[in-house]
Write a protein that binds this ligand. Structure first.
Ligand code: UN1
Length: 491
């Protein structure tokens, strides 16, 4: 085989097209691996394998499915260091976060494996005597999972873990920027004993392999995390075959600092929320909204802390901010910085691509802060990079109004010591997630994750809600009266 293959029916195989592509380290330019470039035909082959595996996997008792997921988690836990390093080398987040990505995958698999002993339905009463009513959860069938590059271990495990425990078979397409992480992950599922055909992986481009998954009528559900334009495309194409769709399409996540906040704590949160993962999280703090009474103090301290950040090869544990993940990302973010300047936002710090020695080999952008006015494009659009617009506000009401005046609604945060303000923010911020006195990032796997407005369509990953995306509910009536009973008609 030419490098890493596709994983279909329990075997590593070349793409039928024979084509390959490479994955590189965004900090150093080093080529990490060659992978098969999957096409529509490969996806069809994977769907056939997934279809063949349906009866067997469906009949596996869910606790047994859970055992395989737990074994997967345990292998990942043992190899956490290696996996964390791989995340850092392929995606570019700093090593502590690379390990965190692997840890989040382990956490979720451990959590969801227990769902094998729940997958709860309901029992309830009947309006008729000697009649029993309940619901049971059943698998959907074959599901498609399409994942982003920014959490190449955690997000795939949220989707694959929930899909598999629910009894579905899967065709999985990882992001083209992080296929090596995906291949290593799949090899661990294989090692843990997942039967052939249950989980199939096709690496390859979105517009061929991805589209084939989204459009194929035998795939009954799609779970997709990515940008808003791609998400809309997935949603409309999937609707042609009436698929169930789960979407998580990012955010423009506000962090509000009120005049009664613990300012040091808030600034520490902003720096982590905005520049952690070089701003490349769906939940990244991508707007800072500051009460005018503490504005000067916040800006001064924020500038000092931002200037102190060390930028470089993320494998070095002393580095705070790594590269952005690709040349395309770099161009897009630099373009947004230009747009910010053109719109009249005031550049406070950063704003440039870093050059010289090590930096020339990778895609490094300085952590950047703008003083901005609400309504500018940099305050509305997801930039997915280390660029933070700051908006000054008169009071709480204005802060919330501005927070909500965007098309997204994933994460949000407010720093305040006033309990009334905190509870009002929980009521009033339009977002799937609200943090009080903590930054917009850092969701935990046993709680639901997802957003409102154009961030999604109401599905939630992780938490107790994870299985909802991947199960059908069947309603069951058992009549043991030995006569025909007529609901709504009999007294
Ligand atoms: C994402 O950015 O797509 O809340 C997921 C967080 C992480 C997950 C982010 N636990 O920041």
């Amino acid at each position: 085989m030419n490098g890493y293959g596709l994983y279909i029916n329990g075997e590593w195989v070349d793409s039928l097209s024979g084509q390959t592509f490479q994955t590189t380290n965004p900090a150093t330019g080093e080529i990490l691996a060659t992978l098969s470039k999957g096409t529509e035909e490969d996806v069809h082959k994977a769907i056939k394998a997934a279809e063949k595996a349906v009866p067997n996997w469906r009949s596996y008792p869910p606790p047994k499915r859970g055992e395989i997921l737990l074994k997967t988690a345990s292998i990942m836990r043992q190899r956490k260091e290696e996996l964390g390093e791989l995340v850092t080398r392929e995606m570019g987040k700093v090593i502590a976060e690379g390990r965190g990505d692997a840890q989040e995958a382990v956490d979720f698999l451990e959590y969801i494996s227990g769902e094998g002993r729940r997958l709860l339905g309901e029992t309830t009463t009947s309006e008729l005597p000697r009649k029993f009513c309940m619901t049971v959860r059943q698998p959907i069938g074959i599901v498609g999972c399409i994942t982003p590059w920014n959490f190449p271990m955690a997000v795939p495990c949220w989707k694959l873990g929930a899909a598999l425990i629910s009894g579905n078979t899967v065709v999985y397409k990882p992001a083209t920027l992080t296929p090596l992480c995906a291949a290593k992950l799949i090899a661990i599922f294989e090692e843990a004993g997942l039967p052939p055909g249950v989980l199939n992986m096709v690496t390859g481009p979105a517009d061929t392999a991805g589209r084939a998954i989204v459009e194929h009528p035998k795939i009954r559900a799609i779970s997709f995390t990515g940008g808003i334009a791609a998400g809309k495309d997935v949603y409309s194409r999937a609707s042609a075959s009436m698929k169930r769709v789960g979407l998580e399409l990012g955010g423009k996540n506000p962090l509000i600092i009120m005049d009664d906040a613990n300012i040091d704590l808030a600034i520490e949160g902003v720096v982590f929320g905005a520049f952690g993962t070089a701003g490349q999280r769906c939940t990244a703090t991508s707007r800072l909204i500051v009460h005018k009474k503490v504005y000067e103090e916040v800006m001064e301290e924020l500038l000092t802390r931002t200037e102190a950040l060390k930028i470089g090869d993320p494998i070095d544990p002393s580095i705070d901010v790594g590269p952005v993940s690709s040349e395309e990302q770099e161009e897009k973010i630099l373009k947004y910085i230009e747009i910010g300047v053109e719109e009249g936002a005031k550049l406070i710090v950063g704003g440039k691509k870093l050059r010289g020695s090590l930096y020339d080999k990778g895609f490094f952008i300085e952590p950047t802060i703008f003083e901005a006015k609400h309504g500018m494009r940099i305050t509305r659009e997801e930039m997915f990079g280390p660029v933070l617009p700051v908006i000054r506000v008169r009071d709480y009401e204005e802060a919330v109004r501005i927070s909500n005046d965007v098309e997204y609604g994933l994460s949000s945060s407010i720093y305040t010591r006033n309990i009334t303000t905190a509870y009002r923010a929980i009521d009033e911020l339009e977002a799937g997630i609200t943090y009080i006195n903590a930054p917009t990032i850092g969701a935990e796997v046993h709680l639901p994750f997802g957003g409102v407005k154009n961030t999604g369509i109401g599905t939630r990953e992780a938490g107790t809600t994870a299985i909802e995306e991947f199960t059908e509910i069947k309603t069951v009536f058992i009549d043991y009266s030995e006569r025909l009973q007529k609901a709504q008609i009999e007294d």
